[in-house]
Design a protein around this ligand. Structure first.
Ligand code: NAP
Length: 212
């Protein structure tokens, strides 16, 4: 199975590369700059801008699924997630690729009843500190995925990410209870994403994910 990965240089990106390679997946990895880390020999690296349709098309070429793991670095000021995701979705349509998994966050968008009230308060604080347009960018990113007309889209919404070891004790569901103590390690998230790639359970759903 061939999987395109956007956000390969990030910490979840690195964890995904490790978990996916161990599971025997072949990867097409997108980087903004030449990677300094070693990548698995079976993978293909594409370096380029997310604004460049040719680079995006090349990352997606021949893939069975696409996983989007990018997100703003701390103190980022320029929104990019929605525009890049739009570019990816457009390119997927031209290549008849239907399976798209996009990681956003538990605090993005409407907070339904499964998300604790304390998380709403926390979101208010986060929103106050965010640079203009950054919050709206993630909301728009989710909207684009939900309305993508791709048969196999999934939005994955983790709470706090940690760098703890991997774990299979992970729940993923649209109505999963999320509170201030909810968390998931990037390694556990990566393993859950690999499972979702290999055996889709949540096509056309936005799902919360957390460690037990
Ligand atoms: N941190 C948390 O607790 C938390 C909680 C919930 C959800 N999330 C989300 O989970 C996902 C993974 O998080 P993470 O902490 O593992 O990520 P991370 O280590 O911060 O990596 C961010 C990734 O996004 C890319 N990126 C950043 N700015 C970019 C830009 N302007 N254009 C193109 N690419 C850009 C980075 O590329 P470069 O290496 O080139 O900068 C890198 O690959 C993200 O969507 C994040 O928002 C995080």
């Amino acid at each position: 199975m061939i999987v395109s990965v956007f956000g390969a240089s990030g910490r979840t990106g690195q964890a995904f590369i490790e978990a996916a390679s161990a599971a025997g997946l072949t990867l097409r990895l997108h980087y903004r700059a030449k990677p300094s880390d070693q990548v698995p020999t079976s993978s293909t690296v594409v370096v380029g801008s997310l604004n460049d349709p040719t680079a995006v098309r090349e990352v997606l070429r021949g893939a069975d699924a696409c996983v989007v793991l990018f997100g703003p670095r701390p103190d980022a000021r320029i929104p990019f997630c929605a525009a890049a995701t739009k570019q990816i979705i457009a390119s997927m349509h031209t290549q008849s690729l239907q399976r798209l998994i996009v990681v956003t966050g538990a605090m993005v968008g409407d907070m339904p009843g499964n998300v604790a009230i304390t998380m709403r308060l926390m979101r208010l604080m986060v929103q106050r500190g965010a640079h203009e347009g950054m919050v709206e960018d993630r909301i728009e990113q989710e909207r684009l995925v939900r309305t993508s007309r791709l048969e196999g889209w999934t939005v994955v919404k983790p709470p706090r990410l940690t760098d703890d070891p991997p774990s299979d004790a992970v729940d993923m569901a649209p109505n999963l209870s999320i509170g201030m103590r909810s968390r998931i390690s990037r390694a556990a998230l990566a393993a859950a994403l690999v499972r979702e790639v290999q055996s889709p359970q949540h096509a056309q759903q936005a799902v919360y994910v957390a460690q037990r």
